[in-house]
Design a binder for this molecule. Sequence first.
Ligand code: NAD
Length: 556
Amino acid sequence: MATILMEKITDSTLIPPGPDAVGGVQCLRDPLLNKGTAFTRDERAHRGIEGLLPPRVESLQEQAARVLKNVRGTTSPLEKYRYLSALQTENETLFYRVVLDHLEEMLPIIYTPTVGQACVEWSRIYERPRGLYISAQHRGRVAELLGHWPRSRVGIIVVTDGGRILGLGDLGANGMGIPIGKLALYTACAGVPPEFCLPVTIDVGTDNEPLRSDPFYLGERQQRMTGEAYDALLEEFVAATQAVFPGVIVQFEDFNNACAFRLLRRYRNRLCCFDDDVQGTGAMGLAGLYSAGRITGGGLAAQRILFVGAGEACLGIGGTVIAAMQREGLSEGEAKQRCLFVDSNGLVIASRGDLAEHKRSFAQDRAPLPDLLAAVEDFKPTALIGACGKGGVFTQSVLGAMARLNERPILFALSNPTSKAECTAEQAYAWTNGRAVFASGSPFDPVTLAGRAHAPGQGNNCYVFPGVGLGLLVSGARRVTDEMFLAAARALADQVTEADLEQGRIFPVAARMREVAAAVAAAVGAVACAQGHATNPRPQDLRAEATRVMYVPGYA
Ligand code: NAD
């Protein structure tokens, strides 16, 4: 099955779909075929669209220059998002050309933080259909709905139920912006052809009462489904994905943690799927610690990490770090002692009776402590990793204590969007006298402190999932394993240069996303082959192969 995916990715790259097949106004309406003003005079005559476009024939570069001018001429990030969304619906080649050529500038618009604002406002700004909405009313017919998708060459599905959108909580059907944004990154950052990508929202209702009573809300106006009804809908969906698009990769995204851990457990051994918030974030966090260690001088096994949050992101990083520490020679018990978690009810410790199942194996035997500052003073962490969705929890006193305890304190403020970051870049550097090794989930501008410039890196799973997906496609993997994420973390960390580190950056610059994705894909593909999960023959050079099959936006 996966061999077919490989064939798909290969021939789609070598033989891009040409507009020859489609004539008339239809070729102006299909975003994969549309060239807009770049249709030549011959093509216009041949396809019977003369007069439907202004006379001048433009190159892709000229079109891209206009798009860029319009984006830059708009001050509101949300308006930029809307403009680019409209372009994506109209002409994917032009959209991806602009995004790929200006990744650093475009990622904060099509992804975090602006995508968060877009989700909040989704019902108000909605203009055009994109992605597939499946809800309880479609029970028994989910496969039929998947069959409505106009493309048959689907290789990756990103699915959410809108349960925990970034750090913004339950946004119901408004969460559709997330699978759309993630898949745009698959194409921009890893070269997965756009026709391979299917964004899905499973609308199970929302417990967000203001949203339900918003007259513009476009989702089902009911409380969130739970229990058997929820599980049955998800089960039907998962089975339908494999029936309609055999071997398709399913990426679970922004489910609330009660569902995320359960779904991952249930499906990880049944199909090629992963949870990006748990596993992708896990690899990103581990990569960040590897790179931070190059600055602080401490190896991974020497770190003591205090996690602020004990949900998908922090437990995902914690689980990955504990596995990596064991590879460095620590016992499981020793590794777990080096990772302490705090959640909204305090320290995650064994004596607590309220711990959800997914937290229990991380609980330490310790006495409770009153607050985060007390936890820092007591545990003496070398690294503080926040992914709790609560802006500002890294207070001046907390960061001051980290700076007192460590020459170079490692601080990751991973919550998204920017308003939910545990601290800003400026606070991280100012409150540690410029000594923090800092990364944040959403991008911050460089900070100059006492004449020294600090360029914070973006600690975001967008450095991981595109390459993971590409590696799964190239190898034709049937399953996704923890070892693949460990390898992805190492590959990502290896992409961080000395020049990055000198500027305080522990993740590569966004402009190098495709190189990063190729390296991550090769690492994932190698594990797939070694573990016997690959169905495609191993190419001689996995990285070269991953690069070769990448979609490059250009007109046929
Ligand atoms: P989650 O709901 O699964 O977990 C949130 C955790 O934070 C829970 O354990 C909760 O008890 C805890 N918490 C809440 N308030 C707290 C407080 N004041 N102090 C300590 N703990 C507190 O959510 P998640 O999936 O783990 O995501 C959390 C955040 O991380 C979101 O903002 C999300 O956008 C972000 N995130 C970032 C990345 C990235 O790549 N940078 C990846 C995944 C998630």
